[in-house]
Structures are given as structure tokens and as C-alpha cells.
Design a protein around this ligand. Structure first.
Ligand code: HEC
Length: 429
């Protein structure tokens, strides 16, 4: 968001200069060979296919496709700007200080340079013989055929414009026993209007499982976070031997945030599950370092909230997913080991509400019992924050986007093997 206002100022300042340069370049282009060695076929096509087209393709989440050379040439100016500024592909971890993430979708420095040089050099096509094979994007489920699909009970009509309040849909599952989830994917029939979907586990509404006990077992952060979808990221896939538990009789609570894009549509959201072939050696759960104790004064430009989670058992951390709303400005995770060692695996100096990513560690972090995960959030409630709906408000914790949230989710594996239900029952006697 900061970069957008910064861009505006810079764009204005540079506009005159660019016009002059462009005119000169256009005049020169027809008579001169391309001013770059870079070619679409065999080089730039690969970069665009692997780094952009996962979202920018027909039926993808982005508002336009970037698949052919013409698609890219048509928007050369805008693309050069967003690539130069690091706005696209969207990725917010500070690469200098953060750990490596396996779903990092930012451009490598060499890719960025190649793309910018090619655009500046007139986007030449090159020899079609060198073209890369077209990527076969999955048209159905990317996790493979699911063993079970649970749909939100009804579709939603999303208007052409205006703000839409979060939708909440409840779907009761009817599995006779707990299921171990190896892979899951959230699908929306109209992905272009879906900002995010979060799926939470709600307690089964039966008498034999008391509310308190259920919450204790399945409270994965605030109200049992289970799965999520953000633009370009709809799947959760766990490595062999690890899985998430879907308790028998659980109700899935879908929180769906729609952002109208000019055309009224009807969306149907669903989640597909691939079950583990055998019970896992380790259970994956989502935990969090979170705080509801926030009270951001009107106009306050930098308000800090810290939260901690102390691990009562040894385990392994797989991923992080910070969650804030419109005033969210920065987020950081630190890990304090009992022996005093300290890691800062993820630093997001410029948080963007529009991109609620999960950052999947390339190398999971093993933590001993007594380790503390510290999350630090910064909020900007000033009028300098272009997303701020009302800088004159005191902002407190709440579910709507005009309220705030401070949740440092992380996916975690318990070092101990999960217990079978019967074993748990015996222990409870
Ligand atoms: C994770 C999904 C995703 C990836 C990957 C991605 N984009 Fe985007 N892009 C979007 C979405 C969604 C929008 C529209 C919303 C927005 O502008 O934030 C967008 C908007 C844009 C815009 C319009 C920006 C503006 O200011 O009008 C450009 C240009 C763009 N992307 C180029 C690219 C290029 C080039 C790449 C690859 C190098 C890329 N994007 C990779 C999702 C993605």
C-alpha cells in the first residue's frame, strides 16, 4: 500500500520524461533491430508461464491472462512498473533476512532483469522453434480426485459492485470416524471475485463431547482454523506420514470474503479432501500466537502488538500465515529457543491485506519443548494508509474487516505420534 502512493508520486514525476523517451524509442524501433538479445520464445515465455500464468490465465484468479507474447506486450508499461517495484508477482517476505520458502513466487534477480530488458527492448518474439511446451494447467482439482467433497450449503450471489460483508456457511460432515487429511483444496466457481476463504472446525453439536474439551483439542488458533484459500493458493498438502485430523461429525465453517469486480456472478465454494492411506506418524495442527488486546488510537501511524505461544511439547514448524485486516502494516515471527538461541524466520516489512499468504518453509524448523514463538504486528491507522476505511476510529478486535485482528498462525507437527481414539479414551478414564 505504501508503494502504491509512492508509485503515484513517482509516476507523475517521471511521466514527462517517459513520454519523451517513448516517442524517441518508437521512432527508432522500426528501422533498428530489437535493442535486446532477449527473446520471447525459449526464455521470456518460460518466466511468464512459471511466475505469472499460475494466476494470470484464462479462468485464473487474476483479472487478465498473461499467456501469449501479445498478452504481455499489450500491457508492457504496467508490467514493467509492477515488476520493477516488486509488486508482481506478489510476495512479501523480506528476502534478505527471512528463511527460504518453498512456495516463494517472487522472480529471481536474473529473471527480473531478463523480463525488464525484454520489455524495454520492444518485446521481440524470436524463433517459434524455441518455444517451451505449453503448461497444461489443471482444469479440475490440482490435488487429484478427492476422496470426499464438502460444499458450502448454498451458492452466493455476488453483486457487480459495492462491499460485501463476510459470508458464513456451515456444512456438517458425516464421516463415521476421524479422517486423516493428506491433501485438501478449496475451490470456488468464480475465483476472480473471491478474496479469501477460511475454513474453521466447529464443535459437533452432540452431547457426548463437551464444548470445553472440544475447544481444547481442536482450537487451532482462534476458533479452529483448518484450511484457507487466497489468490493463487488453494491447496494444503502434507508430506508423507503427516496429516491433519478431521474429527468425526465436525462442522466446517466457511468464511468467504467476496470482492465484486464489475460483473454480478453466482459463486459456489467447496473443499475437497484426499485422505491419508494410513494413519500418520505425526499430526499437523494450526497453532497461533495471537492477541485480542488491541486498541488502536485514531490516526496512530505505528501501533505495535506482540503475542507469544509457548510450545508445551517438542515439534516441528512447517509454515506461517499472519492474519490482520485493513490497518495491518507489518508482521514478524521470531522463535526463542530455551537455550537462548533466536531465529527470525519471517519478516514482512510491508503487509498487504489483499494477500493473506501462507509461507511454507523450505526447511521446517524443529523446536524443543519450552520454545516460544513471538509474533509482532504493526498497524497503521493513519490517513497515510490508503486502505484505511476510517482513520478517526479507535479500532479494536473483531471479525469484520473494519475491525482488526492479530493472529500469527503457524502449522506445527507434534513430535509424539497421534493417539488412536481408543487409547485416548482409556487414558481419560
Ligand atoms: C498469486 C497470483 C499472481 C501471480 C503469481 C502474479 N499475479 Fe499479477 N495480479 C494478480 C491479481 C489477483 C491481480 C489483480 C489485483 C491487484 O492488482 O492486486 C494482479 C494484477 C497484476 C497487474 C495489474 C497491476 C495494476 O497496477 O494494474 C499486472 C501488470 C500484473 N499483475 C502482472 C503480473 C506479472 C508480470 C506476473 C509475473 C511476473 C504476475 N502478475 C504474477 C495475481 C497474480
Amino acid at each position: 500500500m505504501m508503494s502504491r502512493s509512492f508509485n503515484a508520486a513517482r509516476t507523475a514525476a517521471l511521466a514527462g520524461f517517459i513520454l519523451t523517451v517513448c516517442a524517441a524509442a518508437l521512432a527508432a524501433q522500426s528501422s533498428r533491430p530489437a535493442a535486446t538479445e532477449r527473446r520471447w520464445h525459449g526464455e521470456i515465455d518460460r518466466i511468464v508461464q512459471t511466475r505469472c500464468a499460475s494466476c494470470h490465465r484464462a479462468g485464473g484468479v487474476a483479472p487478465f491472462a498473461l499467456e501469449s507474447r501479445l498478452d504481455v506486450e499489450k500491457r508492457a508499461g504496467t508490467i514493467a512498473r509492477v515488476v520493477e517495484d516488486g509488486v508482481m508477482p506478489p510476495w512479501f517476505a523480506d528476502k534478505k533476512t527471512s528463511h527460504a520458502f518453498q512456495n516463494d513466487r517472487s522472480l529471481l534477480p536474473a529473471e527480473k532483469q531478463a523480463l525488464l530488458e525484454w520489455l524495454a527492448g520492444g518485446a521481440p518474439e524470436g524463433d517459434p522453434k524455441n518455444a517451451i511446451a505449453a503448461v497444461a494447467w489443471p482444469t479440475g482439482w490440482t490435488i487429484g480426485e478427492p476422496d470426499a467433497i464438502v460444499a458450502a450449503p448454498q451458492p452466493y450471489d455476488v453483486p457487480a459492485e459495492g462491499a460485501v460483508k463476510y459470508k458464513y456457511a456451515y456444512a456438517k460432515t458425516d464421516f463415521a470416524e476421524d479422517r486423516w487429511i493428506q491433501k485438501m483444496e478449496i475451490r470456488c466457481s468464480q475465483p476472480q471475485v473471491v478474496h479469501h476463504v477460511l475454513v474453521f472446525l466447529e464443535e459437533p453439536r452432540s452431547k457426548d463431547e463437551s464444548k470445553g474439551k472440544w475447544r481444547q483439542r481442536f482450537q487451532g488458533g482462534l476458533y479452529g482454523y483448518f484450511a484457507g484459500l487466497t489468490p493463487g493458493e488453494a491447496t494444503s498438502v502434507y508430506v508423507e506420514g503427516r496429516a491433519k485430523r478431521l474429527p468425526a461429525g465436525a462442522t466446517l465453517k466457511f468464511q468467504i470474503h467476496y470482492t465484486p469486480n464489475g460483473k454480478a456472478v453466482r459463486d459456489q465454494t467447496e473443499i475437497g479432501f484426499v485422505f491419508a492411506k494410513a494413519p500418520p506418524q505425526h499430526e499437523i495442527t494450526t497453532k497461533s500466537a495471537m492477541s485480542t488486546a488491541l486498541r488502536i488510537p485514531p490516526g496512530k501511524a505505528d501501533y505495535e502488538v506482540k503475542a507469544t505461544h509457548r510450545a508445551k511439547k517438542a515439534g516441528v514448524i512447517y509454515s506461517f500465515a499472519p492474519h490482520m485486516h485493513l490497518r495491518g502494516a507489518a508482521f514478524k515471527y521470531e522463535i526463542l529457543f530455551p537455550d537462548g538461541r533466536r531465529l527470525a524466520p519471517l519478516d514482512i516489512p510491508r503487509f498487504d491485506f489483499n494477500w493473506q499468504f501462507r509461507y511454507e518453509l523450505a526447511e521446517p524448523i524443529a523446536i524443543p519443548e519450552g520454545t516460544t514463538v513471538v509474533a509482532t504486528a504493526r498497524f497503521d491507522n493513519s490517513d497515510k494508509n490508503p486502505l484505511n476505511p476510517d482513520p478517526s476510529q479507535t479500532v479494536t478486535f473483531g471479525e469484520q474487516t473494519s475491525d482488526e485482528m492479530m493472529i500469527g498462525y503457524f502449522e506445527w507437527e507434534d513430535a509424539a505420534a497421534p493417539k488412536a481414539k481408543a487409547e485416548e479414551a482409556r487414558e481419560g478414564q
